[in-house]
Design a protein around this ligand. Structure first.
Ligand code: ADP
Ligand code: MG
Length: 692
């Protein structure tokens, strides 16, 4: 064994001093100089280099890292110090970090046979504690009475003795290396050797989780210069030694069942956003071929949730959100998002959830959640506390986990209070800032939000403004680029809807639509390789539309603002997304025109003032009661007034009160019928009403 150890050390030294990479450069020899020059604390070795150069050393490192890594670190340190002895004064230890190791284990497939081995795990860092200090070597003051001399002996000892390091649990010495058992030991924290320490939790990537299962997690310990090398929400590859979690020194009767954790050796943060979707050369050819179809945009839109009947505009909006516009960074550093946020508000049972689930399947990097959030972190981020250890964690929520992809949020109206505040920043600046329990952080949330919500009164009431209909403030609503309302209106469409649903149930196959897996690749390809630019013509068309609408609002006295610069930015993004659908590098007149059309449909569907027939963006966003809405809510107020002391409000009394407020009998009757139909009031006795 000793002999072998010596030879491994020599092999390692040989590798560092003589390995040359493909370009003939002695990369590790060069790294020693770098370490000396910058007083760095880590030496990084590409495992592929080591495997080629010295197979036995490589496999021994994989199988026996607990012993071998510290041993080689000493060899390395000696090599460095030989060149410059003064290095010893600045850096006490150089870490040997290994990247690119071949043994990549899926979080779900970790087994006991991996314990003590060097493995790599890929995942998302979901939470981490602030940086703490771990005691590597404790110093204790040993006090004992020496019977022979009759004197009190006081001296300091290091614990644990020898090369060993303290684990996560602080053990007191059981005996003194010099004097054996007996006496008292007093811990001297200020004299002990410490190292930066941080605990993080790594979770499976959403696309790896089998349908219907909860994501698996593993704890990771990061030390020294690895602390804060990744942030919650980052996709990482962590190399480390798999260890058993030692709760404390075993006592009699303590549990023999342990959790596992990863003691990190190296952390790589993935910068590449869409590499989760593999696109082969053949895929690429097929994608380029498909894009040539002159009806490609329509084809893509029909391929969105083909089993859902109708809802063409919504499917179009969802397709736009999937492709997205191009983010821009202004010369002053301000970033304008390219993500197109889409909201669907509507009656229950109108396939909103189904549409969302489909999108989550197609989006290359999607996180599906509900407004309540599937974890404690909710939609943005939070600080949580570990019940057992009391450690605080910064935990990333859905929008942070979806960074670089799509956050699909069902029932967004039910989101938590904290998220209501933080989501404003997340949707526009695309960051999440948090300052709580001593943790101050800013996380990236560059995600497209595709959300659905139910009306707060059960059904959508057209006569009321959007913000009166959904439990979301106008400030959040105004951050959506496109909003659609789905009404469940019984009528002539029913026959076709029914036969569509029945035929889907009979043979769940789509006709003429693109295969979802292929669509996913197509979307990933477009987002990665196509960055369309506006042509002058497209610019002019968008500008004319914007200016014209703004002008119309200026001409009307006492007019609401028709359109704001937000809508112009949305129009630009939307037209870019249309170009991306056809893999076009330029946005032309056609795309600009389409963008205007869908924006119109959105504005009309949510903001058309029923009585004046004008588009009124204020109604959508701010919810200022316009003529009809004002009257309707006046009548509702009258009814609650009249019934405030119990009983119901007679139609005659309501009409009398209403007349006093300038509403004629015919209108009153119309609105009472309306309120009754929408279920806002009900008829307790004939012609006598009460608020629901
Ligand atoms: P929501 O989330 O809007 O309340 P769901 O998505 O849960 O509604 O839809 C309820 C059911 O009705 C689903 O099984 C859905 O497939 C079906 N459904 C509703 N509208 C349609 C439609 N237009 N085409 C096909 N199926 C529909
Ligand atoms: Mg639903």
């Amino acid at each position: 064994m000793a002999q072998q150890a010596v030879s491994l050390n020599e092999k390692f030294e040989d590798f560092i001093l003589s390995f040359k990479d493909e370009s003939g450069k002695k990369v590790y020899e060069a790294q020693i100089n770098e370490i000396l020059a910058y007083r760095k604390r880590s030496f990084v070795i590409d495992f592929a280099h080591l495997s080629v150069f010295e197979q036995t050393l490589a496999s021994e490192l994989l199988n026996n890292p607990r012993l071998l890594i510290p041993q080689l670190e000493k060899v390395l340190y000696d090599l460095i110090v030989q060149r410059d002895p003064s290095f010893r004064d600045d850096v006490e230890k150089v870490n040997l970090r290994l990247v690119n190791i071949p043994r990549v284990v899926e979080l779900r497939k970790i087994r006991h046979t991996d314990v003590g081995k060097l493995i790599a795990i890929e995942g998302i860092l979901v939470k981490q504690t602030p940086i703490k200090q771990r005691i590597k070597k404790a110093v204790f003051q040993h006090t004992l009475f020496d019977k022979e001399s009759g004197e009190l002996i006081e001296h300091e000892i290091e614990w644990p003795p020898g090369d060993e390091e303290m684990g996560e649990v602080l053990d007191a010495p059981t005996e003194c290396p010099e004097h054996g058992k007996g006496g008292q030991f007093k811990f001297l924290p200020e004299k002990s050797k410490i190292v930066d320490w941080q605990k993080a939790v790594l979770q499976e990537r959403p696309e790896e989780i089998p349908a219907g299962q909860l994501p698996r997690q593993i704890e990771v310990i990061l030390e020294d210069d690895l602390v804060d090398s990744a942030r919650p929400g980052d996709r990482v590859k962590i190399v480390g030694i798999l260890e058993l979690k030692q709760e404390s020194t075993p006592k009699k009767g303590s549990r023999a069942v342990f959790d596992l954790y990863l003691r990190a050796n190296s952390v790589e943060v993935s910068q590449k956003i869409l590499d989760e979707v593999k696109i082969t050369e053949e895929d690429r050819r097929k994608i380029l071929e498909t894009a040539k179809d002159q009806w490609i945009k329509e084809k893509i839109i029909t391929s969105i949730a083909p089993s859902i009947y109708g809802h063409w505009e919504i499917k179009e909006a969802l397709a736009l959100a999937l492709f997205g516009g191009v983010p821009k960074t202004l010369p002053d550093g301000t970033r304008i998002r390219g993500d197109i946020h889409v909201l669907i508000v509507g009656d229950p049972g109108t396939a909103k959830s189904q549409l969302l689930q489909f999108v989550a399947r197609i989006a290359p990097r999607a996180v599906y959640t509900t407004g309540k959030g599937s974890t404690a972190a909710g939609l943005t981020a939070t600080v949580t506390r570990d019940k057992q250890t009391g450690d605080f964690y910064l935990e990333a929520g859905a929008l942070v986990l979806a960074d670089g992809g799509v956050a699909v949020i069902d029932e967004i109206d039910k989101m938590r209070e904290e998220d209501r505040v933080a989501i404003h920043e997340a949707m526009e600046q695309q960051t999440v800032s948090i300052a709580k329990a001593g943790i101050v952080a800013k996380l990236n949330a560059r995600a497209t939000v595709i959300a659905a919500g139910n009306p707060k009164l059960g059904r959508y009431i057209m006569e009321r403004s959007l913000s009166d209909n959904i439990n979301l403030p106008p400030t959040i609503l105004s951050r959506f680029d496109l909003i659609f309302i789905v009404l469940d209106t019984p009528g002539e469409e029913d026959q076709r809807l029914a036969s569509h649903i029945l035929s889907v149930h009979q043979s769940p196959k789509r006709l003429g639509a693109l295969d979802p897996e292929f669509l996913k690749k197509y979307v990933a390809y477009a987002r990665k390789y196509v960055q369309p630019k506006l042509t002058d013509e497209a610019k002019r068309i968008l500008m004319d539309f914007f200016v014209q609408l703004r002008k119309r609002s200026a001409e009307t006295p006492d007019s609401p603002i028709l359109i704001t610069p937000r809508q112009l930015e949305a129009l630009i993004r939307i037209s870019e997304a249309y170009a991306r659908m056809a893999l076009k590098e330029t946005v032309e007149a056609d795309e600009a025109q389409r963008a205007i059309n869908i924006m119109r449909i959105f504005l009309e569907s949510v903001g058309l003032d029923v009585e004046s027939g004008k588009i009124d963006i204020d109604t959508i966003m701010v919810g200022r009661p316009k003529s009809a809405t004002a009257k309707l809510s006046k009548i509702l107020d009258i009814i609650s007034e009249l019934t405030s002391s119990g009983g119901c409000a007679k139609i005659k009394e309501i009409a009398k009160e209403a007349k006093g407020q300038g509403i004629d009998d015919v209108t009153t009757n119309k609105y009472i019928a309306e309120l009754k139909r929408n279920g806002l009031i009900y008829e307790v006795q004939p012609e006598c009403f009460k608020k629901a």
